[in-house]
Design a protein around this ligand. Structure first.
Ligand code: AMP
Ligand code: ZN
Length: 112
């Protein structure tokens, strides 16, 4: 998709923490936790509800891999939180679906 930051990053981001054929991981530029990464599918879609059947299958693989990487590469052994913001009320600012990986401290549970 033209003019999409995360589609552009798929091709040219210089500091990917991880990459395979389905997705890549980068550090968030404005961290909301001591450790904050973004796992970004290479296919462009904004909402979970836009997924094709193939996207749905691939998303399972992506989430599973994110779990492995969170422990083995990002060393979030103490625990981590995965977040997907969907739409304005959730604060989605980049219209290309991505999974926030948050960790590095004991987190509160209060999105309000
Ligand atoms: P969301 O608000 O859920 O759409 O998440 C978008 C995330 O992308 C935010 O946490 C931003 O800090 C992050 N972000 C925006 N621009 C960049 C960038 N150039 N590099 C890395 N992360 C970015
Ligand atoms: Zn995109």
């Amino acid at each position: 998709m033209e003019n999409c930051l995360f589609c552009k990053f798929a091709k040219e981001h210089p500091a990917k923490v991880y990459e395979d054929e389905l997705f890549y991981i980068i550090k968030d530029i404005e961290p909301k936790a001591p450790l904050h990464y973004l796992a970004i599918p290479k296919r462009h879609y904004k909402y979970i509800t836009e997924m094709t059947n193939e996207d749905i299958q691939n998303f399972g693989k992506i989430v599973n891999k994110v779990g492995e990487i969170s422990i083995n590469i990002l060393h979030l052994d103490g625990g981590y939180r995965l977040v997907i913001n969907q739409g304005d009320n959730a604060g989605q600012t980049v219209p290309h679906l991505h999974i926030h990986i948050l960790g590095g401290k004991k987190m509160d549970w209060n999105p309000a």
